[in-house]
Each structure stands twice: as C-alpha cells, then as structure tokens.
Design a protein around this ligand. Structure first.
Ligand code: AR6
Length: 205
C-alpha cells in the first residue's frame, strides 16, 4: 500500500492542513490503530454502531451488527426510546464477540450546512468515549460513522474522527480510562483516508 507522505511524496489536500499540527507521543500512538475488516468480528469491550434515530436497525453496519448480535439486541434497543443525532446509547453485545455496543447516530451530510454536520459528527465521537468511560469500557472500535448511506465525505470524516479522538485521549477526564481505540475501515475510500490521516494526527516518534 502506498501511503502519501511516505518517501517524500506530497500529502494531498485536505490532509496537508494537518501536517505539523500534532506533537509525536509514543503513549498516544500505542493506543490507536487502524484495522480493515468486519467490525462484528472484533473481540473488544465495545464496538460503535452507526445507527439511526429509531435505534431499531437498518442497513450497512447497523444491519450487520444486529444480524450478528441476534434478536436480543433489537429488544434492548427498543427499550431505549431512540437516540438523538450526535448522542450515544449503550447496550450489551449479546451474540457478538464484543461485550457492548455503543449506538450513535451520525449526521446526514448536506454540503450546504457542513459545519452543523461536522459538529454532530464530532459529538458522536465525544459521546461514545464519554459513555465508554462511564461504563468502564476501555477498548473501543469505531466504524466510519456517517460515511455510508449518510453521505459524509470519507476524507473529512477521517480527519474529524482522528482529531477528535486525539483530543479526547489527551483530556484528563479520559486519559487513563481508555486503553485502545480501533478505527475500523471497510471500503477502500476509508482505508486510504485513515492510512493517510493517522500518521499526521498521531505522528511517529
Ligand atoms: N464493519 C465495519 N464497517 C462497515 C461494515 C462492517 N460490517 N458494514 C459497513 N461498514 P453506514 P451511516 C462501513 O451506511 O452512513 C443504516 O441503515 C461502511 O463502509 O452503515 O452512518 C442506519 O440504520 C461505512 O464506511 O452508516 C442508518 O439509517 C460505515 O460503515 C444509516 O445506515 C458507515 O456506513 C446510517 O448511515
């Protein structure tokens, strides 16, 4: 895989805006990883579901998670009375290898009010980490929230996701309470976006 920025290659826009912004930290680098595959296969404290406001299931990663977790997940979700965009609700993982599911609802992306969408996407990551810490969840795998059906550009989403997670891992409220964040990529767009963005936001020491 060719990673832009390696071997002196130019880092393309919009990623180049991140160059030189972040101080290298071995501790932070040890706690983040990009992994490509099906999030439902991860044996971890919690996986993040990109759900909708009803929390009653859907397509994409939401459909895959409900299919793998079994009907008990839907039953618990139905008792939660939905979820606001940018918020998060936690359930058990049932038949999943993951112990919990953090259900969050990303924004539907419209080019006209992208700043509002960005604020909501950042809020998804914040509320997931906050909810994880409240529930003693120490390892979290995020899917690329909103980048499928909800249409958020994967480059911008990867930048928002990694910058927000870095800020949260440095925040004293969460710093010692999260051991690992996995950014799960699935489609090629996200693989390229995360492989480009991660070494910029978490530069090698
Ligand atoms: N593992 C990891 N990532 C996956 C998987 C998987 N098994 N399947 C898809 N992805 P999407 P959204 C990636 O559309 O854009 C649902 O119907 C996918 O490639 O699942 O937030 C909900 O009910 C993409 O990068 O979620 C909502 O109605 C990312 O997961 C709506 O879709 C998110 O794509 C939410 O849309």
């Amino acid at each position: 895989l060719l990673v832009p920025g390696a071997d002196g290659e130019d880092i393309p826009a919009p990623f180049n805006t991140l160059q030189g912004q972040f101080t290298p930290s071995a501790d932070l680098n040890d706690r983040v990883v990009v992994w490509r595959g099906d999030i439902t296969r991860l044996c971890i404290d919690a996986i993040v579901n990109a759900a909708n406001n009803s929390l009653l299931g859907g397509g994409g990663v939401d459909g895959a998670i409900h299919a793998a977790a079994g009907p008990d997940l839907l039953e618990e979700c139905a008792s939660l009375h939905g979820c606001e965009t940018g918020d998060c609700k936690i359930t058990k993982g049932y038949s999943l290898p993951a112990k919990h599911v953090l259900h969050t609802v990303g924004p539907i992306y419209y080019r006209s009010d992208w700043e509002e969408a960005q604020a909501k996407l950042v809020s998804c990551y914040e509320r997931c980490i906050e909810t994880a810490v409240e529930n003693s969840v120490r390892t979290v795998a995020f899917c690329a929230i909103s980048t499928g059906v909800y249409g958020y550009p994967s480059t911008d989403a990867a930048m928002d996701a990694t910058c927000t997670v870095r800020r949260l891992l440095e925040d004293k409220r969460y710093a010692d309470k999260i051991d690992r964040v996995v950014f799960v990529t699935f489609v090629q767009n996200d693989v390229l976006a995360y492989n480009t963005v991660l070494p910029l936001v978490f530069p090698p020491v």
